[in-house]
Design a protein around this ligand. Structure first.
Ligand code: G6P
Length: 611
């Protein structure tokens, strides 16, 4: 989704802004633009379709643009095609009010009509031009920037992170947000704003999260916050404990492969954080043991890979804790006419903590009085702040659009929730519970072993590089692994793939199997292996090329199946954590071999803040 960066202070703004935008490239975008202004000078706006490097070339990495105050933007098109004309910043006719925006102004059409009746004309198809001209309208009416911004908020519906410069106010940026992320930072060198922390981490680790309907006023001397009544408010800053290097490639060719290799550490950090002296501490759920004991079912929701974590968790929690679990895609869940008893626990899983549908699902449940817990990676994000309790995954900044380490950390958080419920409900023997804790502690080493064998996966990927269709099949947790494996593959390699519950393929989809179609079987659940092998055989008899990913020691597999690296043994409840690593590597190597932009796959965004 769109990325915003702003800077005002004593230094040339454009290079800082372009550098920050580069750090937000992972969010996904199709055009970029920047506006800068020197004190007493003209507003300069440069925009370009395509990659940020086009904008950097046009401005010599910003050096050509003088000015100590500016805002920049990478746009992920919603209203209007990707083009220079639709790119942000947008401005009024006089170029005295200039703005960048992330989100969607839902009532942009009536607002536009109203502005047109008042003599405004429009040069782009965007809702952002409408937002900018709405601010301009109120600025002209009240001659006061804070008032103009708060009137904008009172009249605009939808979601926005909006940053505005007024040419009458040298060296100042005004910003407001509602349901779209925006962080503010300040150091002696000046004030910064951005859609996400990595953009400004190089300059400051002291970050202010602005809440919905809060206004920030930035200038070289600091940042002041206001509510919609324009009363000044005090805000606490948060110290970010990632260092700037965590958001850099550090010698790796892509963020994705770097993040894949960070998984042993990420899992270790997440386990260690919640396991103190061998004892599980989930006090951050903000629910007492008594409250947790009263819960009679769990509903898990999320989008994309976060939803896939929920599918794994459904099997794990139901089996270990014997409590009913339902998992549903947030964009469906939020529109359902739920039948609730009030004794449910809703768990929202989200790396970014900003996914619009997940946030809406959370709010809906809160309004109905249901207890909510978030499993989130980004500290201070909307979902983290609004849920009753939050378990933070310790994945650090995840830059690659295709998630790897955040998925793995989310799995850990969900296993821990399963263990917590199991211990409260006394569904496991003490010995088995302890062995599961030990298994979690041993996961990082086992994953490191999988990573050491990555060349096997690379070789397999090179053999499969021309495949047009791939099917992943498995049963139980293996099916849950298939779903994530398939998404990883298609999102970055652009090879069509589908995940099927192994028993379901023959009910229609098997008609797609042709000579050479790759069918990959995931075989980590010992009770289900024979059944899945039969299903693989069914596809093989129709011409499929069958490859399998199985746990070591599984020697009874048909000799003609192509075997991918054997997975280290782990308690089968946790096998997704091991198997997924191979599948992440497989997708990664295929994407590289096919010459794709691994970290920024086409059409995708890292953080989906629109519905
Ligand atoms: C996007 C990303 C996916 C991610 C999903 C949910 O589609 O590309 O990788 O799984 O959003 O994001 P969240 O931040 O809520 O986990």
């Amino acid at each position: 989704m769109c990325g915003i960066v702003g800077y005002t202070g004593g230094r040339q703004a454009a290079p800082i802004i372009l550098d920050g935008l580069a750090k937000l490239e992972y969010r996904g975008y199709d055009s970029a633009g920047i506006a800068v202004k020197n004190n007493g000078g003209e507003m300069q706006i440069v925009k370009a379709k395509g990659r940020l490097k086009v904008l950097c070339e046009l401005t010599s990495d910003g050096e050509n643009l003088g000015g100590v105050c500016g805002i920049g933007h990478t746009r992920w098109a919603t209203h209007g095609e990707p083009s220079e004309n639709n790119a942000h910043p947008h401005c009024n006719d006089e170029k005295t009010v200039v703005a960048v925006h992330n989100g969607i102004i839902e009532n942009y059409a009536p607002l536009k009509a109203k502005l047109m009746r008042r003599g405004y004309t429009f040069y782009s198809d965007t809702d952002t031009e409408v937002a900018t001209k709405l601010v301009d309208y109120y600025y002209k009416k009240y001659n006061e920037p804070l008032r103009a911004i708060s009137e904008f908020a009172l009249h605009a519906r939808g979601s926005y992170a909006l940053a505005v410069m007024f040419s009458d106010y040298d060296g100042e940026i005004f910003a407001i947000r509602k349901d779209s992320p925006m962080v503010i930072g300040y150091t002696d060198g000046g004030a910064y704003l951005a859609s996400d922390v990595p953009a400004i981490l190089k300059y400051t680790r002291k970050i202010y999260y602005i809440d919905n309907y809060e206004i920030a006023r930035l200038n070289a001397n600091g940042v002041t916050f206001y509510n919609l009544d324009r009363d000044e408010i005090q805000k606490q800053s948060t110290l970010i404990d990632w260092n700037a290097e965590a958001a850099e490639k550090g010698g790796w060719e892509h963020f994705m492969i770097k993040e894949i290799h960070e998984q042993p550490d990420v899992i270790k950090n997440t386990v260690n954080y919640f396991l103190q002296d061998g004892k599980l501490n989930l006090s951050e759920l903000k629910l007492t043991d008594k409250q947790l004991s009263e819960i009679d079912s769990i509903i898990i929701t999320g989008c994309g890979s976060a939803y896939h974590v929920g599918i794994v968790a459904q099997y794990v929690i139901e089996d270990l804790a014997r409590i009913p679990v339902r998992v549903e895609i947030a964009s469906e869940f939020r529109y359902r006419k739920h039948v609730l008893t009030g004794r449910e626990l809703v768990i929202v899983i989200s790396q970014s903590g900003e996914t619009a549908d997940s946030l809406a699902a959370l709010r809906d449940m809160k309004e109905r009085g249901i207890k909510t817990v978030a499993v989130v990676n980004v500290v201070g994000s909307s979902i983290a702040r609004e849920a009753d309790g939050v378990l933070y995954t310790k994945a650090g900044p995840e830059i690659s659009v295709a998630t790897t380490k955040a998925y793995s950390a989310q799995l850990i958080a969900m296993y821990l929730i399963a263990l917590k419920f199991a211990s409260l409900r006394k569904t496991l023997t003490e010995a088995y519970y302890d062995s599961l804790i030990n298994e979690l502690v041993s996961l990082p080493d086992k994953i490191s072993r999988v990573l050491e064998n990555k060349s096997e996966v690379q070789k397999f990927a090179s053999e499969m590089v021309d495949k047009k269709d791939v099917f992943f099949i498995g049963r139980g947790i293996d099916y849950a692994i298939c779903v994530e494996s398939s998404l990883k593959l298609k999102e970055i390699s652009y090879i069509h793939s589908e995940a099927y519950a192994a028993g379901e393929l023959k009910h229609g989809t098997i008609s797609l199997i042709e000579n050479g179609t790759l069918v990959m079987g995931i075989l980590t659940q010992s009770e289900l292996i024979e059944k899945t092998v039969s299903n693989l055989k069914e596809t093989e008899s129709r011409g499929a090329y069958v490859a399998v990913l199985a746990t070591e020691g599984n020697d009874n597999l048909p000799a003609d199946f192509r075997k991918l690296s054997s997975l280290p043994k782990v308690d089968e409840h946790f096998s997704a954590s091991i198997a997924v690593i191979v599948m992440q590597l497989f997708a990664y190597f295929l994407s590289v071999l096919r010459g794709n932009d691994v970290d920024k796959p086409r059409n995708l965004a890292k953080s989906v803040t629109v519905e």
